[in-house]
Design a protein around this ligand. Structure first.
Ligand SMILES: Nc1ncnc2c1ncn2[C@@H]1O[C@H](COP(=O)(O)OP(=O)(O)OP(=O)(O)O)[C@@H](O)[C@H]1O
Ligand SMILES: [Mg+2]
Length: 268
């Protein structure tokens, strides 16, 4: 089991001409393999900042991040191993894939760089990964990202994230740029993979209905502070913090909305 601990993390961005901006204020939580935590909050609340710190794209101003009790190495093999363990799926599957490279290249690259399988098995492993995300391998493997639909591209991004056999996955609004009709298919896929591989998932979203359905726990972020957290159903049904109540009341009835999308939802 792998546990990532975010402990008392604050992040201040320096904004030219405007002084400092406190994006995260003393945030603490733990993400363990086998668990899904939904991180919800309005635009600008600091969700992506948490994702960027977890994936080491940004450094915290203060606080610590520990993987199984150890600080993340700043460089070298240790940092590389951390990056194999904690992978990210981004919001925009077009921007995150290189238009000049084939799907094969995208999935093979981490396999080769991190030497996940011997060179002779890279092709078979690439195909296995594309199958795992339910893509028709022969139809997509030699294509480039622009020849695929948004949903297919996001599946490629997920296959690539899984290539290094991570324990934890950070998914920052993974379906918000996809057509509504295919969102549920991608979320169901993520949920299946989470169970099959016992992944720990940080699911970042604006959508309380899917947060409730796809997560064990919900954490509510408001102006960089965690204002509420708890078992998903509890947070939605009995929100304690006024901001959570406002969020819930502002979203269309989570149950009705979700029930409707589940019954008509297609897996694409
Ligand atoms: N590189 C940066 N430099 C300065 N300020 C930043 C930077 N990145 C983010 N911020 C600010 O930090 C705050 C939190 O941003 P963040 O992207 O984490 O929010 P978010 O919750 O992901 O929002 P959204 O739902 O719109 O994606 C915002 O006020 C944002 O303007
Ligand atoms: Mg964001």
């Amino acid at each position: 089991m792998t546990t990532l601990e975010f402990s008392g993390v604050s992040k201040r961005y320096r904004v030219r001409g405007a002084g400092d901006m406190l994006a995260l204020d003393d945030v603490s939580f733990e993400l363990s393999s086998g668990r899904t935590i939904a991180l919800v909050g309005q635009s600008g609340s600091g969700k992506s900042t948490i994702a960027k710190i977890l994936t080491q794209l940004e450094r915290p101003t203060s606080g610590r991040i520990l993987l199984d009790g150890r600080p993340i190495p700043r460089r070298g093999g240790g940092l590389r191993r951390y990056r194999q363990q904690v992978r990210m799926v981004f919001q925009d599957p077009f921007a995150s894939l290189n238009p000049y490279h084939t799907i094969r290249h995208h999935v093979e690259r981490p396999l080769r760089l991190d030497r996940i399988v011997p060179a002779g098995q890279v092709d078979a492993e690439t195909r296995r990964l594309l199958e795992r995300v339910r893509l028709d391998v022969d139809r997509v493997i030699d294509r480039r990202p622009h020849e695929l639909s948004g949903g297919q591209r996001q599946r490629v991004a997920i296959a690539r994230a899984l290539a290094s056999r991570p324990s934890l996955l950070v998914a920052d609004e993974p379906v918000s740029m996809l057509d509504v009709s295919i969102r549920l298919g991608v979320l169901n896929l993520l949920a299946d993979l989470q169970r099959e591989s016992n992944l720990g998932v940080l699911y970042i979203t604006h959508d309380l209905a899917t947060a409730r359905h796809f997560s064990d726990e919900i954490m509510v972020l408001h102006h960089g502070e965690v204002v509420e957290r708890g078992v998903a159903d509890e947070v939605i049904l009995r929100p304690q913090h006024p901001y959570t109540r406002a969020l819930r009341d502002a979203s269309p009835d989570p149950d009705a909305h979700f029930a409707a999308s589940v019954t008509t939802g297609s897996r694409s």
